[in-house]
Design a protein around this ligand. Structure first.
Ligand code: AMP
Length: 546
């Protein structure tokens, strides 16, 4: 066999050669920007020249701080194809975390969306390695508040539109993304060209996301979240139309884009889809999402009611699971052929699972001593993963040894695996509630609470308890119509026939808005802090129902 390096450059070249007229569409404030993959290629060449002229060399990190737009896409290709590394920076991080990751990554150049400039200007004096700042704007106004600031389009206009991309090794670093840690600073994951390329291939498989040239793909997941779940590279590789949702995409923007661009597949976290369901319900039939052949939901568990709600609209929702450390795809939930004839309840029992590991990955299920557990759908333990697109370490981080052990990535997710090989998340290890020595799954409680028609969002945390050590507490955002009428007893009564009594939350706290993490998941860290500051002492035995 030929020794053929698997690189992002060959993905870009495929888009240029075979799909030059297919489009990249970006929603911008008040307008839609369109160009072709041929245009993308030319601009990637220009950006590579720009980055070279700013001093970027092989192995250097180029940070990007922006919304999902065509300019971000240009950086997704230019940095890796010229031999540098694209560092996708989470725009919602706190200033100290931003300073940490930009310094830790040793970013040499930062590309910043104009409307996000204040966040970078505020920390610029603390950035130790950034030599040049490039503002992604149409206007000729570089930031006044940053040293060595340039505006993107002026540099692009001055740059040559051809670039001789170097031969790269497939193990060369191409991307870098930080994931938040339970404690301590965010941890960096470096992606190799090879890992990204193989991840791209797996997304094209029929039994995976089954993406194809015919698709019009809308990643609502931010481009700073785990390589946009791989979508930009896969779209270019296949020549699929890529639709980027631009700044602050809300449910209305997502629905309008789906309708206008005839999107066939869209990907995002469940909070996005909660918003879309609510928007569709309020739009009284004026919102047409019939072009969709699939919605992919990942990042946190999809509650069963959500599958049913989209089924009622004739839109299949597919459950996917992964993490920053795995590029991110680990499992996808598709039926095996013999399941197609199962009745609806049996099928729903499959759909709520996170799914089968995608081809190319291996998994194990282990107890706290590292002993393998049976795949019987009952025994739960930690999920371990290995494969060609799973990280082997965190970037320059002593904590690597706690997570990457003997060639396996320890996910920290507590799961069951059924005899067919389908993985189901019971909970994040850190989110499970240990009450009187027994485990309660916050995921199960949340799914059940959110199935109540008066509930918009719900999250369950464990709170300290002097008798049971921990008890579940539910935070609930009612739907707009039930803001004033939903009460604690109604929520608890709704759970009574679904769980043992000792599983029921000790209390229900109603809030107007659910705090969300930087990637749109319910932020239980904030809820725990809110609880701790409101109730500094642990509750006494009253309220415990075990
Ligand atoms: P991140 O690296 O931010 O993508 O977070 C990865 C973590 O999100 C995983 O380890 C899981 O705990 C959680 N997660 C991702 N996808 C799912 C899913 N489909 N269901 C439940 N939890 C998920």
């Amino acid at each position: 066999m030929m020794k053929y390096p698997l690189t992002i450059t060959s993905i870009l070249n495929r888009a240029r050669i075979y799909f030059p007229r297919k489009e990249v569409v970006t929603r911008l404030p008040g307008s839609i920007h369109r160009y072709s993959y041929a245009d993308l290629y030319t601009r990637v060449c220009r950006l590579s020249n720009v980055l070279s002229s700013l001093g970027v060399e092989k192995g250097d990190r180029v940070g990007v701080f922006g919304w999902n737009t065509y300019r971000y896409l240009e950086a997704y290709f230019a940095a890796p194809c010229m031999g540098a590394v694209v560092h996708t920076i989470n725009i919602r991080l706190a200033p100290n975390d931003l300073v940490h990751i930009i310094n830790h990554a040793k970013d040499k150049v930062l590309l910043i969306d104009e409307d996000l400039l204040p966040a970078i200007e505020a920390i610029a004096p603390r950035l130790e390695t950034v030599k040049q700042f490039v503002v992604m704007t149409d206007d000729e106004i570089a930031s006044q508040g940053l040293p060595n600031a340039h505006d993107y389009e002026t540099l692009m206009a001055q740059a040559s539109d051809s670039y001789d991309f170097p031969e790269l090794g497939e193990d060369d670093p191409a991307g870098l993304c930080y994931t938040s840690a339970t404690t301590g600073d965010p941890k960096g994951v470096t992606y190799s060209h090879r890992g990204l390329y193989l991840h791209t291939l797996t997304q094209c498989m029929t039994d995976s996301l089954s993406l194809s040239e015919r698709d019009v793909i809308l990643p609502v997941v931010p481009m700073f979240h785990a390589n946009t779940w791989g979508v930009p590279y896969t779209s270019a590789f296949l020549g699929a139309t890529l639709v980027l949702p631009g700044p602050r995409p809300d449910a209305a923007a997502v629905c309008n884009l789906i309708q206008q661009e005839k999107v066939t597949i869209s990907l995002g976290v469940p909070t996005i889809w909660i918003g879309v369901l609510d928007y569709v319900a309020r739009s009284e039939g004026s919102c047409d999402l019939s072009s969709l052949r699939s919605l992919v939901s990942g990042g946190s568990a999809v509650p069963p009611y959500m599958f049913r709600a989209f089924d009622d609209m004739g839109i299949p929702m597919t459950h996917a699971y992964g993490m920053t450390e795995a590029t991110p795809l680990v499992t996808i939930c598709n039926y095996k052929s013999h399941m197609e004839s199962w009745d609806d309840d049996a099928k729903m029992n499959v759909r709520v699972k996170q799914g089968l590991p995608v081809a190319g990955l291996e998994i194990r299920l282990v107890d706290e001593n590292g002993t393998d557990l049976p795949w019987d759908g009952v025994n739960s333990g930690e999920l371990l993963v290995r494969g060609p697109w799973v990280a082997g370490e965190y970037l320059d981080d002593e904590r690597s040894g706690d997570t990457f052990i003997d060639g396996w990535y320890h996910t920290g997710d507590v799961v069951t695996v059924d005899p067919e090989g389908y993985v189901q998340i019971v909970d994040r290890a850190k989110d499970m509630v240990k009450s009187g020595g027994e485990w309660i799954s916050s995921v199960d409680l949340e799914a059940a609470i959110m199935a109540h028609p008066a509930v918009y969002e719900a999250a369950v945390i464990g709170i300290p308890h002097d008798r049971w050590q921990e008890r579940p507490l539910a935070y609930v955002v009612p739907t707009a119509e039930h803001r004033d009428s939903l009460d604690r007893d109604t929520v608890l009564a709704h759970l009574e026939d679904k769980f043992a009594r000792w599983w029921l939350p000790d209390d229900v706290i109603f809030i107007d808005e659910m705090p969300k993490t930087a990637v749109g998941k319910f932020d239980k860290k904030v809820l725990r802090q809110q609880y701790a500051s409101a109730a500094p002492t642990a509750p006494t035995t009253s309220g415990g129902t075990q």
